[in-house]
Design a protein around this ligand. Structure first.
Ligand code: T3D
Length: 263
């Protein structure tokens, strides 16, 4: 039987989604996209899942689109390279950003092309020191996609974004952290322990409030300050009505750790 392209494990409120095509540095095929979409939809629906981790098997995190699925055929009309974005990548990035639960990318190795975009679309990115990020698109005559033209300048600034995009140079995890592209870079051997501890902590947190925080920060880059102040007011109203806000404040006043239920 063929190996599953995605391994899914759920424990202690954390869904760990592991891209499993190590011989191709976990490059995306249609089958991998479909498995990942199903796993993220389940994570959105299932109340017992309160945090998601995305990582890869082997020495790569993800090398973007599997180019063997895009082999040009001589004499055949050139394919529509926007089709894969419309069908798979754009819904994936929207799913990651729209999931109202924390998503952590545990970048275990090279993240290239849309693999780098997917990492940057996650809420918190922790990379192994040996990992790297490559805007590989221009190396093969394509344009940055899967959100990279949106994430890169916002995270790294426009000068760095432009140089990374045009040169396709690899940026090591440590520098990516220094530049604010990712949250942090850690020794390879501690990556999964650190990510596991963080994911477990987040899975015990105020999930509903986390979702609202994601929504607010997601809107901040397009909203005026005025609009953002109004949004914060509205979201705070919603957060303030949750069981978790009641518990958080009570626990603080009683000088004990809060016990959040995610609602
Ligand atoms: O059409 C649409 O849907 C548009 C959407 C596009 C989205 C995109 O992501 S476009 C960008 C696609 N990705 C790339 O261009 C990256 C291609 N890979 C590389 O440049 C290199 O593999 C890396 C720089 C990432 C790593 O280099 P290295 O030297 O560490 O590893 P390697 O030897 O190149 O790769 C190991 C194997 O994985 C190798 O296979 P082999 O020779 O052992 O049989 C290699 O061919 C394979 N591999 C790596 N990336 C891909 C891949 N096979 C298919 N597709 C890949 N993307």
């Amino acid at each position: 039987m063929a190996e599953e392209p995605l391994l899914v494990a759920v424990a202690d409120g954390v869904a760990t989604l592991t891209l499993n095509r190590p011989e191709r540095l976990n490059a995306f095929t249609a089958a991998l996209h479909e498995a990942l979409a199903a796993a993220l939809e389940r994570a959105a629906r299932d109340e017992t899942i309160r945090a998601v981790v995305i990582t890869g098997v082997g020495r790569g995190f993800c090398a973007g689109q599997d180019l063997s699925e895009r082999k040009p055929v001589p004499g055949v009309e050139r394919r529509d390279a926007g089709q894969g974005l419309e069908r798979y990548y754009n819904p994936l990035i929207r799913r990651l950003r729209g999931l109202e639960k924390p998503v952590i990318a545990a970048v275990n190795g090279v993240a290239a092309g849309a693999g780098a975009s997917v990492a940057l679309a996650c809420d918190i990115v922790i990379a192994a020191n040996s990992a790297s990020f490559i805007q590989a698109f221009s190396r093969i005559g394509l344009v940055l996609d899967a959100g990279s033209t949106w994430f890169l300048p916002r995270l790294a600034g426009s000068a760095r974004a432009m140089a990374l995009a045009l040169t396709g140079e690899a940026i090591p995890a440590l520098r990516a952290a220094e530049w604010g592209l990712i949250w942090k870079s850690v020794p390879d051997e501690t990556l999964m322990t650190e990510v596991g501890a963080l994911a477990t902590r987040l899975a015990q947190g105020p999930t509903h409030a986390y979702g609202l925080i994601k929504r607010a920060l997601g809107r901040s880059s397009i909203n005026s300050l005025d609009a953002q102040l109004n949004l914060e007011r509205d979201l705070q109203r919603e957060a303030g009505r949750t069981d978790d806000a009641r518990e958080g404040i009570t626990a603080f006043l009683e000088k004990r750790p809060p016990k959040f239920i995610g609602r």
